[in-house]
Write a protein that binds this ligand. Structure first.
Ligand SMILES: C[S@@+](CC[C@H](N)C(=O)[O-])C[C@H]1O[C@@H](n2cnc3c(N)ncnc32)[C@H](O)[C@@H]1O
Length: 195
């Protein structure tokens, strides 16, 4: 990555996640939601991976020939993703963006797939859904409020309320899957935008 943007120098999310990635395994596995979404008949267009981390899903999407934009606040995560993309000859397909998703805005020209796993912010979801191209897909996974029983330290604003995120979809989307995993306390959404 280039130098850390000055506004992120002391950003608490960046500091926390850089510390966590310091000794974590190099890459995250390809997420099953990403696999399922990419197997749909999607329109031409890129993939947006929000809060990507060192994303196996981004690599999988690039490996299928899609241009990928990976956005994350952690330069450690993005450097790892970039290094692995280069090693696989996929570097030209992956654009790494170090940014706070609270401030970052998607490209208005849109994406065939918007993917976000392991992160929840209602405002970010509200900007992500309209960035899906007609015929494209939105795939999201985050903790539910139930997860707070097992992890009382989990802030409520990081957790999906009942019915979310499907209940927040704009008109034109069809829910293909919304399901909870009681073991992880997470909920997955896969939705498709009408052509
Ligand atoms: C639980 S990890 C999920 C990573 C990956 N998507 C996955 O499913 O394994 C959460 C990610 O969100 C990123 N993150 C946290 N706060 C952020 C923010 N405000 N803006 C952008 N990224 C953020 C972290 O750096 C981290 O990579």
């Amino acid at each position: 990555m280039d130098d850390v943007p000055p506004d992120l120098a002391g950003h608490p999310d960046r500091l926390r996640w850089n510390a966590r990635y310091g000794d974590a395994p190099a890459l995250t596995a390809v997420h099953p939601l990403a696999e399922r979404a990419l197997a749909l008949d999607l329109p031409d267009g890129g993939v947006l991976d929000l809060a990507s981390g060192p994303s196996g899903s981004a690599l999988h999407a690039a490996g299928s020939g899609r241009a990928v934009t990976a956005v994350d606040v952690s330069e450690i995560a993005l450097d790892r993703l970039g290094a692995e993309a280069s090693r696989r000859g996929l570097g030209s397909l992956i654009t790494l963006v170090q940014a706070d998703l609270g401030a970052w805005r998607p490209d208005p020209s849109g994406y065939a797939l918007v993917l976000c796993t392991g992160f929840w912010d209602r405002a970010v979801f509200g900007r992500a859904a309209p960035a899906v191209l007609d015929g494209g897909a939105l795939a999201w996974e985050a903790f539910t409020e139930d997860a707070r029983r097992a992890r009382p330290g989990l802030p409520a604003e990081w957790c999906l309320a009942a019915g979310e995120p499907a209940s927040l979809l704009p008109r034109g989307f069809t829910v293909l899957q919304q399901a909870d995993d009681a073991n992880t306390g997470k909920r997955r959404l896969l939705a498709r935008k009408a052509r």
